[in-house]
Design a binder for this molecule. Structure first.
Ligand code: GTP
Ligand code: MG
Length: 201
């Protein structure tokens, strides 16, 4: 899929104030610093559409971007960010949970996980919660450039093995790098496929 336009629409912490348009929507979620905002920039080939930072906790709101005037990409704050206060964490969690449970336009959540790490409890719990709430999701392994060609498949396979302890089958997954562009076409084609299915249904 070709990206002809990518525009920031609105930031907020209240799901009821998210855009009213009934466009298909794809949200990026995962731990802080995993590379959610960077992936949005990589997919749209825009250097700083979404704000990124080396320090975790950069994205603090629900950010909507409209792509090709036809669908939304949503950048969310990271969950499990340890350095904010407990009360701030609770507020984050509340609006993230309410975003996922109330946003009917959401057609797929992308759970980003750092390909160097073994499955983290918080990610597994969140996937479980999405499953229970029948919210479709796919896994996106990020920062693939940080592993050697040999190490990458070993690491992915061990993640899959661990996932199969909890899931009957491995959810759809993508291997990406925001620095090299790895996985860009696969992810965009996947989104295009879903958009087409929705258009024809
Ligand atoms: P929060 O908004 O704080 O939750 O973080 P985030 O998940 O949006 O992460 P962000 O995109 O801001 O990236 C965090 C750091 O990781 C930045 O320093 C990025 O440059 C770096 N980074 C993100 N993706 C990649 C990648 O694919 N490869 C490499 N090498 N670095 C990456
Ligand atoms: Mg971010």
């Amino acid at each position: 899929m070709k990206i002809n336009s990518a525009e920031f629409v609105i930031s907020n912490s209240d799901v009821s104030k998210c855009p009213k348009e009934k466009l298909p929507e794809y949200a990026f979620i995962g731990r802080s610093n995993v590379g959610k905002s960077s992936l949005i920039n990589m997919l749209t080939s825009r250097k700083s559409l979404a704000k990124t930072s080396g320090r975790p906790g950069k994205t603090q709101l629900i950010n909507h971007f409209v792509i090709n005037k036809a669908w939304f990409l949503v950048d969310l704050p990271g969950y499990g960010y340890a350095r904010v206060s407990k009360s701030a964490k609770k507020i984050f969690q509340k609006f993230i949970t309410s975003y996922f449970s109330k946003r009917i336009q959401l057609v797929c959540a992308f759970i980003l996980v750092d390909c160097r790490h073994e499955p983290q409890k918080i990610d597994l719990e969140f996937m479980q919660w999405l499953g229970e709430n029948q919210i479709p999701f796919a896994i996106v392994f990020t920062k693939a450039d940080k592993l050697s060609k040999n190490k990458l498949p070993i690491q992915i396979n061990s993640y899959i093995e661990e996932m199969l302890k909890y899931w009957e089958e491995m959810p759809k997954y993508f291997i990406t790098s925001s620095t090299s562009g790895l996985g860009k076409d696969e992810l965009l084609n996947y989104i295009a496929e879903i958009n087409n299915e929705l258009k024809n249904s």
